[in-house]
Ligand binder design. Sequence first.
Ligand SMILES: NC(=O)c1ccc[n+]([C@@H]2O[C@H](COP(=O)([O-])OP(=O)(O)OC[C@H]3O[C@@H](n4cnc5c(N)ncnc54)[C@H](OP(=O)(O)O)[C@@H]3O)[C@@H](O)[C@H]2O)c1
Length: 332
Amino acid sequence: MDYRSLGKKGPEVSAMGLGCMGMSGMYGPSDRDESIATIHAALEAGITLFDTGDFYGMGHNEMLLGEALKGRRDNALISVKFGALRGPDGSWSGYDARPEAIKNFVAYSLQRLGVDHIDIYRPARLDSQVPIEETVGAIADLVKAGYVRHIGLSEVGADTIRRAAAVHPISDLQIEYSLISRGIEAEILPTCRELGIGITAYGVLSRGLLSGHWQLDKLAQGDFRAISPRFQQGNVEQNLTLVEALRKVADARGASVAQVAIAWVMAQGEDIVPLIGARKRERLSESLKAFELELGADDLAAIEQAVPADAVAGERYPAAQLKDLDSERTTA
Ligand SMILES: NC(=O)c1ccc[n+]([C@@H]2O[C@H](COP(=O)([O-])OP(=O)(O)OC[C@H]3O[C@@H](n4cnc5c(N)ncnc54)[C@H](OP(=O)(O)O)[C@@H]3O)[C@@H](O)[C@H]2O)c1
């Protein structure tokens, strides 16, 4: 495993992180024992960065991760997102990043995780009612009190990143980045680079679409992909033709589609750490082999020719969720 500093002021992390969201229902049912075995396999492979959110399964994901890390806490850095509000039926009802809410959220997260501090704590989305300075200031108080080590951001745009970084050092921005989600390249990535903020990239496999394993009939109820535009009939067929074009490049390198998609993201800069959403050991071990794939300029060109930046059909979120993404607003 390779290790690198997450941004100029962040912790040293493994060059690949494990995203645990899919282990708590966001992609349909998952197997608890296999999820825990996958977290253990990640630790054994040298992965140190584990991402969760207090709203993934309404606390389920934190409890699962806490259980899996019992006795191994010192080998792990835990990244927690907060602020997304949910109902008992799993519905989503906005965001809350007020200082008093943050104090409450962190108290519950520490209990569920069974830890005395969180390594990176971040608002899942910008709360449009609360200036980012107040949110970051409240997390900075938690840093001072020892409950949090580093402050991260998620899905925010350049202006918000600058305002946040003026209050307290930001270790990383968590944001979607893949061959078919390249929106950060214009403004957000350069801003992070200027300010010495790392990127923890999610959706590197576009939630399985770009994995080479996706089957058209696979959607279960409650699966995010059932409402994701890129998986809808009329779009998914076109998107899978991109995957088949990528498969030809992968075959020529003796690699899998997922490995090429991950290696492409890793090749975009040492400041970008992919968070892989594996929830089975088999998928994790496939992803880890991306480290063995050195992509040269010819490979990168062939990959980008197979999957041109603007060839994807459908937005990365449904309209109702897209409007909550500060990262989709431009500062110009
Ligand atoms: N900040 C944010 O707004 C935000 C949003 C979303 C996610 N995240 C974080 O980022 C993490 C990763 O995101 P993601 O879920 O979108 O990840 P992803 O890696 O793009 O997709 C994961 C999906 O791809 C499937 N898959 C197929 N082949 C795979 C392989 N070789 N390795 C890994 N997965 C493979 C998985 O498998 P199976 O279906 O076979 O299990 C799973 O359903 C999440 O767990 C979460 O922690 C953050």
